[in-house]
Design a protein around this ligand. Structure first.
Ligand code: AMP
Length: 189
């Protein structure tokens, strides 16, 4: 199995790139943000529980995340591997993911970290807000998501560097350029 984590700040392009990677390598793409948006649209119990948290740009609790991830993974018993997009976002989630992988007799192949500076991110997300109208793309919420990222998710970079499985990829350039850099890293593993 090939199990990838695509890691990066909000607006780094990880969603777009994850879809392309999943398609090329025939992997299952799991975006926890997409799962939440789907549940909110369906007004499910989970959706109602997480809606206000997401609209504020805060993180949903770690306990819920690992359950959701496990449920998603179980839907694809024949998968050749996974691309995790927007997960993990905390050290606790990363540790839970390691345990889950071990339980499956698997491990993470590589963590791809898309690097984009804060100013570029803010501009991209404001632009996306105009196009997609996501509720968590207002300036105030975007600024909160960037600071939540810096406080809670950024520490994962050192966590994965210490394990020797993280590779930085510049997240600025055309979609195809960035995609080919990501593929070069995946192909080297
Ligand atoms: P995303 O589409 O990845 O930007 O996720 C949208 C929102 O869903 C985030 O701002 C969080 O509120 C929530 N979310 C998604 N993934 C996670 C996660 N791994 N841990 C906690 N909250 C998450």
């Amino acid at each position: 199995m090939v199990n990838l984590v695509l890691f990066g700040p909000p607006g780094s392009g990880k969603g777009t790139q994850s879809v392309k990677i999943a398609e090329k390598y025939k992997l299952v793409h799991i975006s926890t943000g997409d799962v939440f948006r789907r549940e909110i649209r369906a007004k499910s119990e989970l959706g109602l529980k997480v809606q206000s948290i997401i609209e504020k740009g805060e993180l949903v609790s770690d306990d819920l995340l690992i359950q959701i991830l496990e449920n998603e993974i179980k839907k694809y018993p024949d998968a050749q591997g996974f691309v995790f997009d927007g997960f993990p976002r905390t050290i606790r989630q990363a540790e839970d993911l390691d345990k889950l992988m071990a339980k499956m007799g698997e491990k993470l192949t590589v963590v791809l970290s898309l690097t984009v500076n804060d100013n570029e991110i803010l501009q991209r997300l404001l632009k996306r807000a105009e196009i997609e109208g996501r509720k968590d793309d207002t300036r105030e919420v975007i600024e909160n998501r960037i600071s939540v990222y810096n406080a809670q998710t950024q520490p994962l970079i050192d966590f994965y560097k210490a394990k020797g499985i993280l590779t930085d990829v510049e997240g600025i350039g055309s979609i195809d350029e960035i995609f080919s850099h990501l593929c070069a890293v995946i192909d080297a593993h």
